[in-house]
Design a protein around this ligand. Structure first.
Ligand code: GCO
Length: 451
């Protein structure tokens, strides 16, 4: 068994998100988010559950930090809930909301753990949605104002920031498929939303850079290895276009001030609301790229497909050769290696962090209270080995954040999908470190494992 080693100083972390773990949905002046509204709308969440309480991290953040310490972790990726900071998405800061994150940050620093916040992980203030939401261009400025408030409050002790989490996922699921908040199915709204988010990424970057020039600023981009369904050139073309829309629609803009050529009929700039000068405004020379990856996407060209995007958006079919998680996602570690190597090649070896990678398995405590989730250990052995191979191939990967610290609210699936290293009994609040969490803690402590 060869040893799988990681560079000295490699960050070992986990990731969570505000709506998925905090609960306290109306506490201490917090405003309503689009996810509060969506989850409270009958029929939207498969299990009928909401994030009203979730993991109750708003009150149990000390327990969260204790789990991180138990697992020898050096980095904690969490997200800031915009409605806790500006209840209606604009105006003065809610001091109690800032205080929550300041307490969490101080506890992390005390424990020697890097606070690694994401400013937007999908919980837009409901009031902004009612003013047009992400399809409304002004939301970009609202985001920059919000980001400025948070960084002015915490930038003295938090150096590494992510602006967005998975911009192509929340715009696609929220505005094309409608299965996530705000539950819209309107291609023009999606196109405008993607451009506003790109404008917001540029405005947020400039705001943070002006407040504290020494910050490290990135975003967490969902990516998938996009593979053609066959050796038919049309499938290869469709897979490449899918890569451009799914993986780098928000990267090419930030780093090069241009949209990738995704649509065969030409990118629909008018429908996106692109104005003269915008391609300067979307620029954000990010200090690092966060990569969220779970699986690969097999793309098949469709007959008479004017945009040449193959199966977008419905046919994001994962592969069918690998084992499957309880979420029915294919386990395919090479996807992570391939994406890390491709982004390294395409963008001049940028600094990368794996900001999400994980798996859903429903294992619960046995009669002795032990959660023997061996499938999750096997998942991480495979994907971590893929990261090590990518580093050997030249990728500058500085850290890895498993999704997730603990079982939490998995969006439209409620609590039915368990991604955590810590098992949460959502009836009693009882938390149990799973065997995978013990294993991951050893890996973090030893900076590697026996392959
Ligand atoms: C995402 C989000 C996480 C999910 C995780 C599992 O990538 O969708 O960042 O909030 O819970 O990826 O689906």
């Amino acid at each position: 068994m060869a040893r799988v080693e990681f560079p000295k100083g490699f960050h070992w972390g986990v990731a969570t998100a505000s709506y998925q773990i905090e609960g306290a949905w109306q506490e201490d002046g917090k405003g309503e988010s689009i996810w509060d509204r969506f989850a409270h709308t009958p029929g939207k969440i498969q299990t009928g559950e909401t994030g009203d309480v979730a993991c109750d991290s708003y009150h149990r953040w000390r327990d969260d930090v204790a789990h991180l310490v138990d697992m020898n972790l050096t980095s904690y990726r969490f997200s800031v809930a915009w409605p806790r900071i500006q209840p209606d998405g604009r105006g003065p800061a809610n001091a109690k909301g800032l205080d929550y994150y300041a307490r969490l940050v101080d506890a992390l620093l005390e424990a020697g753990i890097r606070p690694f916040p994401t400013l937007y992980h999908w919980d837009l203030p409901q009031a902004l949605d009612e003013a047009g939401g992400w399809p409304e261009r002004d939301t970009a400025e609202r985001f920059a104002d919000y980001a400025s408030i948070v960084v002015r409050a915490l930038g003295d002790r938090v150096s590494d920031w992510m602006l967005f989490n998975e911009p192509s996922v929340f715009t696609t699921l929220g505005y094309v498929l409608g299965v996530h908040a705000p539950g819209v199915q309107d291609l023009d709204a999606f196109l405008r939303a993607t451009h506003t988010v790109n404008l917001a990424q540029g405005a947020g970057f400039r705001a943070l850079r002006s407040i504290r020039p020494d910050l490290r600023i990135g975003s967490a981009f969902n990516m998938s290895a996009c593979e053609p369904a066959s050796d038919d050139p049309a499938d290869a073309e469709a897979a490449e276009r899918w890569h451009r829309l799914l993986n780098v629609w928000f990267v090419e803009t930030a780093l090069h001030g241009r949209y990738p050529d995704a649509f065969a009929a030409g990118n629909p700039y008018d429908r996106m609301g692109v104005r003269d000068g915008d391609m300067e405004l979307v620029k954000a020379p990010l200090d690092f790229l966060g990569i969220n990856l779970y699986n690969r996407t097999i793309v098949k060209a469709l007959p008479d497909d004017p945009n040449g995007l193959g199966a977008f958006p419905s046919g994001a079919t994962g592969g069918s050769e690998g084992p499957r998680t309880d979420f029915d996602w294919e386990v395919w570690p090479d996807a992570l290696h391939d994406v890390l190597v491709r982004i390294t090649r395409d963008y001049g070896r940028p600094v990368l962090e794996v900001t999400e990678n994980g798996c859903s398995y429903a294992d619960g405590p046995d009669a002795k209270g032990v959660v023997n989730d061996t499938r999750r250990i096997e998942f991480f052995r495979g994907y971590l080995a893929a990261v090590a191979r990518a580093i050997e191939a030249g990728a500058d990967v500085r850290g890895y954040h498993a999704w997730s610290l603990m079982d939490n609210f998995e969006w439209a699936e409620g609590f039915s999908q368990r991604f955590g290293f810590v098992h949460v009994d959502f009836g009693t609040g009882q938390r149990t470190l799973k065997e995978s969490g013990r294993w991951y803690g050893r890996v973090a402590g030893e900076n590697g494992f026996e392959g």
